[in-house]
Design a protein around this ligand. Structure first.
Ligand SMILES: Nc1ncnc2c1ncn2[C@@H]1O[C@H](COP(=O)(O)OP(=O)(O)O)[C@@H](O)[C@H]1O
Ligand SMILES: [Mg+2]
Length: 383
């Protein structure tokens, strides 16, 4: 890469050039004058004396050469002035062009135009300014791309959610019509229909809850209602629910909890949302003979809850992105596994609002371990 010069360097170079050119012009003029003077001195022997006489002002030729000296001085001033004007205007012109280009680039950025490259400049200071503009442009472009992608994902998410809602709504409509039109003739059949309607409303309720969680999260307006939560009782209840869920999915579920009292300040429903997402991931990304295990243990003034599965696992590159919004390892739209890629992002936001942490460890093809750390409420602080 060519060495960049500083503005000061360029200015000094131009000054030096001006001085050199001025000296050159002065020399040429002096030589010219001498030549004129010499041509008027008869005989070569007298040249040195004639010049000395001239310098001492004793020469009679001085009156003849005086107009030439005046003319030479005027010419010298004119030439030096021309040289200065040409060189400084060349320098300021070049800097002006570069500054105008940078200004145009800044205007383009301000107008939201991001598909161009800020070119490098010859002068180091302006080049640094250009590089700063270029890095601003690149950052804005990355942000704009991410926003466009998130926008697209958001649209897709809403389309999926409304599609997912249509199925239970159609079922509810069908069964209610069946009851109304007397298709369910017997009380047993009616009770059966009502059970189905009830289970479909639970599905709908979950979808609506997901939707409001998504929008609350997106708007950064998650509402928390904190209370003291006895984690062992909470996890025992969850364990029961998850055992049924796992069995329904043809998997096994084991739960091993410690003894003792583990009290945290938490929003129950939000904490359940976190655990539900970890559990649904363990089921969704399982393989044949899936086994899920939930454990908990006290660690450094907190409680670490672990949910492990022996499913597909996550590749190491993907593992560093699983908490990003809309990230899914298998992002192919044709993916048969439903999901938005927002679950873990929401989980992390909830965990952080509880002053806790959430993280995953995983090996591709072997399984995944999800951990949730929550700080315990100190007994002496409990009212
Ligand atoms: N237990 C797991 N086993 C395998 N992959 C997982 C597991 N949990 C999360 N992942 C990966 O992390 C991604 C992000 O998870 P999440 O944010 O819950 O989104 P979603 O469940 O909607 O796909 C998933 O798409 C999946 O690729
Ligand atoms: Mg999920």
């Amino acid at each position: 890469m060519a060495q960049k010069t500083t503005l000061r360097g360029r200015f000094l170079k131009t000054c030096l050039l001006m001085i050199l050119l001025s000296i050159l012009i002065a020399l040429v003029l002096v030589m010219g004058m001498l030549a004129v003077f010499i041509s008027q001195v008869p005989g070569e022997d007298n040249i040195v004396f004639a010049v000395l006489d001239l310098l001492r002002g004793r020469s009679e030729g001085i009156s003849q050469i005086l107009p030439y000296i005046v003319l030479g001085a005027v010419l010298l001033c004119l030439c030096v002035a021309v040289v200065c004007i040409v060189l400084t205007s060349r320098l300021t012109g070049q800097i002006g062009v570069t500054l105008r280009t940078l200004r145009q680039d800044a205007d383009r950025l301000q107008a939201g135009e991001l598909d161009f490259e800020v070119l490098s400049c010859r002068e180091r200071e302006l080049d640094e300014l250009g590089k700063s503009l270029e890095s601003v442009r690149q950052r804005l472009k990355t942000a704009a791309n991410a926003e466009a992608k998130a926008q697209e994902e958001r649209g897709l998410l809403m389309a999926n959610l409304s599609h997912d809602m249509r199925t239970p709504i159609t079922a509810i409509k069908g069964y209610v019509e069946g009851i109304r039109d007397g298709v369910a003739g017997t009380p047993e059949k009616q009770a059966h229909y009502l059970d189905i309607v009830y289970s479909k409303t639970l599905v709908l309720e979950k979808l609506v809850r997901n939707m409001s969680d998504f929008s609350e999260y997106e708007l950064g307006r998650m509402q928390y209602h904190f209370e003291y939560v006895d984690m062992l009782a909470f996890l025992t209840d969850l364990g029961e629910e998850y055992r049924l869920e796992a069995e329904e999915a043809g998997m096994t579920f084991t739960c091993s909890l410690p003894r003792g009292r583990y009290l945290v300040t938490a929003d129950r429903s939000k904490l359940k949302r976190v655990m539900d997402n970890l559990m649904s991931n363990a089921i969704k990304y399982s393989r044949a003979n899936g086994a899920i295990c939930m454990t908990a243990e006290g660690y450094e003034g907190g409680l670490v809850i672990q949910l492990s599965d022996n499913g597909k696992g996550i590749g190491s590159e993907a593992l560093s992105h699983v908490f990003d919004s809309f990230f899914r390892e298998d992002a192919a739209r044709s993916s048969a596994v439903p999901g938005s890629g927002l679950g873990l992002a929401i989980c992390r936001s909830i965990a952080e609002s509880h002053h806790g942490k959430i993280w995953l460890t995983s090996r591709k093809g072997e399984g995944t371990q999800a951990y949730l750390y929550l700080p315990l409420q100190r007994e002496e602080d409990i009212l």
